[in-house]
Write a protein that binds this ligand. Structure first.
Ligand code: AMP
Ligand code: GLY
Length: 426
């Protein structure tokens, strides 16, 4: 099979690595890719926002399957345009992508189909939003309705913070993404990421993971796209897993089908494990980054038949096998991230680092200058390792981190701390 992968991050490197291991693969391209992805795929400079150009490429190269990594092309309807001309593409339609591209859409779906989530209001003007915030009090969560690259959520601990967030969003801080604002009840509890494939009719669970969104150790500092992750998480017990499937994932799939916008693709549920049980606080319509990196390492089955089963509506009798081992990934980022940072700094020691048992290094934002690997983004490397326990995976990952020579980079030193504390009884 010929496969085209869209994207350029660590998520896409992990997907490329997994797809490249499939005996079904003939040729893999990635647009635009990065220096690490180039080891697995031919990277091509294709403008992914130009759907006609993507279609032309697929026709000229007999592409059998397009795998879409990030949310932006999905929200722009790339899967609709590809399938309309008979090209198979993995990911939800533009209408179904609203599960991520409109937080209000998802909240209304939850109300309609009884999916557990926090109480909320949707607002298109600051005065009404402020009145609601003042009536509810803090803590409270203020969210831009549309896509805001992970920055459109303010968890306000004081009324003042909530008022400022409302003002900032209606002042256009997130452009049209903030033209509508969702204000949501603060959900206390532990946050987990839960992944499932859906073919529009049914769903199968993939695995759980835990992300570390804050930039500094002990979960301090500003939010980021994710500084590290591990899977599985001990907090998603078999009972919690079953509850998330039955009360959140399956009603979502049934609801989307009933509304005439069936969901096909990977469903990434952000779930809070509250004292009242699991509650949904957001959906994403793509794999998490860096959660995908740990899922791909743990997946024993070939990914490609699963992608095809999702596209073809054949998930009902499908089964995926997983290694029981844990996987953990540490994000190495350029100093200054998530604020301003320098690009073009040199990175050495990658071969020595990846020679450690169980270690895979995925590139999140790199470019190559001859043999030299250069940082080319905020999140730059995902140092990923398998181990029998989260602790062993963590030790291997940090051993590999310590072999990487990149003075302009940094990482958190405590990825996986919650699971390690539970394993060691600390
Ligand atoms: P998001 O950008 O949607 O992933 O949200 C950023 C972070 O805000 C999440 O990872 C959660 O930690 C937090 N969050 C979102 N919604 C809620 C909520 N209703 N209650 C508590 N925390 C929330
Ligand atoms: N790791 C969080 C995300 O992919 O949105």
């Amino acid at each position: 099979m010929n496969i085209l992968l869209l994207g350029s991050g660590g998520r896409e490197h992990a997907l490329a690595w997994k797809i490249a291991g499939s005996p079904l693969l003939t040729k893999l391209w990635c647009a635009p890719g990065n220096a690490g992805i180039a080891q697995e795929a031919e990277c091509i400079a294709l403008d992914v926002t130009n759907h006609a150009a993507v279609i032309d490429f697929c026709r000229a190269n007999k592409v059998d399957l397009v795998m879409v990594g990030p949310e932006a092309p999905l929200a722009a309807g790339i899967v609709d345009d590809l399938t309309a001309v008979g090209i198979k593409a993995f990911g939800p339609s533009k209408a179904a992508s609203q599960l991520e591209s409109s937080k209000g859409f998802t909240k209304d779906l939850c109300t309609e189909f009884g999916i557990p989530t926090g109480a909320y209001g949707r607002f298109t003007n600051a005065a009404d939003a402020l009145a609601f915030v003042r009536a509810q009090g803090a803590p409270i969560v203020v969210k831009a309705d549309g896509l805001a690259a992970g920055k459109g959520v303010v968890v306000a601990t004081t009324l003042r913070e909530a008022e400022d967030a409302v003002a900032m969003m209606f002042d256009g801080a997130f452009g049209s993404a903030g033209a509508e604002v969702v204000i949501e009840e603060f959900l206390p509890g532990r946050e987990v990421s839960f992944f499932a494939f859906s073919d529009g009719e049914t769903a199968i669970a993939l695995a759980s993971a835990q992300d570390h969104k804050r930039v500094f150790d002990r979960d301090e500092g500003p939010n980021t796209g994710g500084m590290g992750a591990y899977s599985p998480t001990p907090f998603v017990t078999p009972e919690v897993h079953a509850e998330i499937m039955e009360r959140i994932i399956l009603p979502t799939v049934a609801g989307m089908k009933a509304r005439g916008t069936p969901y096909r693709g990977v469903l990434y549920a952000g779930v809070m494990l509250t004292p009242q049980g699991p509650k949904l606080f957001e959906y994403n319509v793509r794999f998490g980054d860096p959660e995908c990196q740990v899922l791909m390492l743990r997946m024993m089955s070939d990914l490609v038949p699963a992608l095809l089963a999702v596209c073809d509506g054949q998930l009902k009798h499908f089964d995926l096998r997983w290694y029981p081992d844990a996987a953990l990934t540490v994000v190495m980022a350029a100093k200054g991230y998530p604020g301003d940072y320098a690009k073009g700094t040199g990175i050495a020691g990658l071969d020595a680092a990846s020679s450690i048992e169980g270690v895979e290094i995925f590139h999140a934002g790199t470019s190559a200058d001859g043999d030299q690997i250069l940082a080319n983004g905020g999140r730059v490397l995902n140092v990923t390792a398998m181990g029998r326990t989260v602790r062993e995976a963590q030790q291997r990952a940090y051993q590999a981190v310590d072999r990487i020579d990149w003075p302009e980079g940094f990482c958190r030193r405590d990825i996986g701390w919650q699971a390690v504390a539970r394993e060691t009884g600390a």
